[in-house]
Design a protein around this ligand. Structure first.
Ligand code: NAI
Length: 249
């Protein structure tokens, strides 16, 4: 197994059913990692933890918001209390509040930046201190192709994901000498609750613009995250890997 005995904290993994975080939790657990599922949706976090256990893995649900320093400290502490350390951090929690820039409320701007960008800062700061002591660690940040290309109607979301990419590179530079790899994954259109509400003809239209002619699955993303958490990627840091069927190249 690729991650035997490793401890992974995955934020936003509490979307039972279709979330990318849930797929990552199941994939890493299958490779022997023990998983802390961090989410403010307590019932869903419990459900995913149960799913991981039923698949033969070991999981703990920890509850709170990544945008609160206090909550993050508690979730990190609960993980360390149970598993002893954290080897892998997946900053996956993310939200959208779409609107055209001129109509976007300050509240929607703040909420998206607080979750998608400040959340990554909060979790990285708390976990990096522990990893620095161990002199090893893997951090994977969930960006988006929208953070590279921009997208009309998503000023807040694209800015937050562009920020995640810059934060990934900076963190990689600061933590590389401590044996910590920091990379980002930039998914394109992935079939999850976030994209499921789109009409079928809109999805078919999008697929036509993608060189591989299909939307991605959460498992497509989870496989790349697994690679970035494993020793197979030990000489890779500060990179942004697009998982988008070739949309952005
Ligand atoms: P999702 O909405 O299915 O899951 C996000 C999870 O984050 C939910 O369980 C939610 O409860 C949790 N969450 C939200 N705010 C939180 C907070 N403040 N504290 C703790 N947990 C919080 O989203 P999905 O589609 O699985 O996306 C996961 C990540 O991948 C996000 O960062 C998203 O921006 C990114 N992404 C998704 C794409 C897609 O097509 N679905 C494309 C590109 C990036």
């Amino acid at each position: 197994m690729l991650l035997d005995g490793q401890i992974a904290l995955i934020t936003g993994a509490g979307r039972a059913g279709k979330g990318i975080g849930r797929s990552i939790a199941l994939r890493l657990a299958k490779e022997g990692a023990k998983i802390a599922i961090a989410d403010f949706a307590a019932d869903a976090a419990d459900a995913v933890a149960k799913e991981v256990s039923e698949a033969g893995g070991e999981a703990l649900a920890v509850y709170g918001s990544v945008s609160s320093v206090e909550d993050v400290d508690k979730m990190v502490q609960a993980t360390v209390d149970r598993f002893g350390r954290i080897d892998i951090l997946i900053n996956n929690a993310g939200i959208t509040r779409d609107n055209l820039l001129v109509r976007m409320s300050e509240q929607d701007w703040d909420m998206v930046l607080d979750t998608n960008l400040k959340g990554v800062f909060n979790c990285t700061k708390a976990v990096a201190k522990l990893m620095m002591r161990e002199r090893k660690g893997k951090i994977v940040n969930m960006a988006s192709v929208m953070g590279i290309m921009g997208n009309a109607g998503q000023a807040n979301y694209s800015a937050s994901k562009g920020g995640v990419i810059a934060l990934t590179k900076t963190t990689a530079k600061e933590l590389g000498s401590r044996g910590i790899n920091v990379n980002a994954v930039a998914p394109g259109f992935i079939q999850t609750v976030m994209t499921e509400e789109m009409p079928d003809d809109a999805k078919a239209g999008i697929a036509q613009q993608i060189p591989l002619r299909r939307l991605g699955s959460p498992e497509d993303v989870a496989d790349v995250v697994l690679f970035l958490c494993s020793n197979a990627s030990s000489y890779i840091t500060g990179q942004v890997i697009a998982v988008d069927g070739g949309m952005v190249m």
